[in-house]
Design a protein around this ligand. Structure first.
Ligand SMILES: *Cc1c(COP(=O)(O)O)cnc(C)c1O
Length: 375
């Protein structure tokens, strides 16, 4: 997604090979275990990962699925939300959030976000609730939790289910409580670039409700309750054994990686102090997982070009609000004011931030960001 220059940037926006090199032996061992077990789908690794992942969220149940998008879709289906139902989410999320709503058969409705933190705007949420609204999906975008207290209180008042999109927020907290534990279900992605990533696709749903967890297990396996006994219309969406085995080895490292992310983020914040380029606000009652480090640059194109000349690759998450993607936008209910999401789409820039970044590289980014913001 970076600007193409022909030359290799000195600091790449992402480099997944580092997260493999860091623990290559562990990964080899995990893979070998699976190869020797002869079980590749729904075996011991997936089950153990589910237990360990739920425990690390301090939560009841985790159900492994094939992706974060599937996690969202199956969460809605488990709640029997589908045709004729509306599901609200925020306009600045990425496409998979609404793709999942549509695949569940429901109609996505967008609301606006707070311009300073890019998190869901609770008043805007309230303004788009209608008679067909069944659920809200707050997206803990870039790694920062939405206002879960405000969202819960509106959702409870209107009888809406809350399904959290935690794809970018593994390890984030709101007032000391982990992302994913505020609503009926929390949906995670283990796409390789996420804070906890696999070596392919993967996802999970966490819930404290045993009955919902059971339905999710049916749904991910064609609706199968026991062999040759089907109780729902389901899909094929399972977390495979190789991914689960790798994720089990990576899970204990997540906390340390998130700390490293936060450390780099604070260096960037300091570097951008008193410049026209403003980091998104990290709110004091939340623990940010810094999946991405996003700033607002009034003149984005020039800011990115200046960074590129200093050897720093950047990206934009996301250059268009959801409703601007025609195939999806056409399916959204009614035009509404999404001014903050639209403005953010024009100004946001993501700086390189991942645990494998060296101190020297982080320093290069910090210096380049400050100089580019001031020149
Ligand atoms: C990555 C992501 C998803 C989708 O996860 P996949 O595993 O790629 O299906 C959904 N929502 C958000 C906010 C994401 O960042």
């Amino acid at each position: 997604m970076g600007i193409t220059t022909g030359a290799e940037p000195r600091v790449p926006f992402g480099d997944l090979s580092r997260s493999v090199d860091e623990m290559r032996d562990d990964i080899d061992t995990a893979m070998t275990e699976v190869l020797e077990s002869g079980r590749f789908i729904l075996g011991d690794q997936c089950e153990a990962f589910e237990t360990e992942f739920a425990a690390c969220q301090g939560y009841g149940h985790a159900v492994g699925v094939a992706s974060g998008t599937d996690a969202l879709e199956l969460a809605l289906r488990a709640l029997e939300i589908g045709l004729g139902d509306e599901v609200i989410t925020q306009a600045n999320t990425c496409v998979p959030t609404i793709a999942a709503i549509l695949r569940a058969g429901a109609t996505p409705v967008l609301c606006d976000v707070d311009p300073e933190s890019a998190t869901l705007d609770v008043d805007s949420l309230a303004s788009v609730i209608g008679p067909a609204t069944r659920a809200v999906i707050p997206v803990h975008l870039y790694g920062q939790c939405a206002d879960m207290a405000g969202i819960r209180s509106i959702a409870d008042r209107h009888g809406l289910a809350v399904v959290e999109d935690c794809a970018q927020a593994n390890g984030a907290e709101f007032r000391g409580r982990p992302a994913g534990t505020f609503g009926a279900m929390g949906c995670f992605s283990f796409y390789p670039t996420k804070n906890l990533g696999g070596l392919g696709d993967g996802g999970a749903v966490v819930t404290r409700d045993r009955a919902l967890a059971e339905r999710l297990r049916w749904l991910r396996q064609y609706g199968q309750a026991t062999r040759d006994h089907y109780v729902m219309i389901g899909v094929n969406s399972r977390l495979d054994e190789l991914q689960a085995a790798v994720l089990r080895r990576r899970l204990p490292r997540l906390e340390g990686w998130n700390k490293r992310r936060a450390q780099i983020a604070s260096a960037y914040e300091e570097a951008l102090d008193d410049t026209p380029v403003r980091p998104l606000l990290a709110l004091p009652d939340r623990r940010h997982a810094f999946h991405l480090y996003v700033v607002r640059a009034p003149n984005r194109k020039e800011f990115r070009t200046r960074l590129e000349r200093r050897g720093v690759e950047t990206a934009v998450h996301y250059p268009k609000p959801l409703h601007a993607h025609r195939p999806y936008g056409e399916l959204l209910r009614a035009p509404m004011s999404l001014a903050n999401a639209e403005r953010l789409a024009e100004t946001v820039v993501s700086l390189p931030l991942y645990p494998g970044l060296t101190d020297e590289e982080a320093q290069t980014v910090a210096t380049a960001a400050r100089e580019s913001a001031l020149s």
